[in-house]
Design a protein around this ligand. Structure first.
Ligand code: AMP
Ligand code: ZN
Length: 121
């Protein structure tokens, strides 16, 4: 996908602060550091949403999530973390290349608990 910013990052054609890489995924810092260390995990191949990703990537994706989350905790950037995937524009997806948000959390970070019922208030 020529115009896809995440494809460009994967190919090294756009800048990103890479924090993780394995065979099929990379992890890099989100430009919007909602909390310090916020990371996006992105499949190297262009899939629009989670629905397009082959289930055979599931184990590797879970490993990537666990490694990035644990690394944030080990480095003292998080006491816990949220994992989020927005699928389709209506659900908040802005970049049309599937990606997983890893949001580091600390007790005093000022963010609300991310329960769905809070989203209506
Ligand atoms: P979503 O709303 O789920 O599509 O999330 C897109 C995320 O990508 C947002 O958190 C953006 O801050 C982030 N983002 C967009 N462009 C870049 C970029 N060039 N490098 C790093 N993060 C980006
Ligand atoms: Zn792409």
């Amino acid at each position: 996908m020529e115009d896809c910013i995440f494809c460009k990052i994967v190919k090294g054609e756009a800048p990103a602060e890479k924090v993780y890489e394995d065979e099929n995924f990379i992890g890099f810092l989100d430009v919007n550091q909602v909390t310090d260390g916020k990371t996006l995990i992105v499949p190297k191949k262009h899939y629009k949403t989670l629905l397009d990703m082959p289930s055979s990537l599931g184990n590797e994706m879970l490993e990537a999530i666990k490694k990035v989350g644990l690394d944030l905790i080990d480095k003292g950037k998080a006491e816990g973390f949220n994992v989020l995937i927005n699928n389709f524009e209506v659900a908040g997806q802005v970049v049309p290349h599937a990606h997983i948000h890893i949001l580091p959390r600390k007790k005093e970070d000022g963010l609300k608990r991310m329960y769905l019922e809070d989203a209506k208030k």
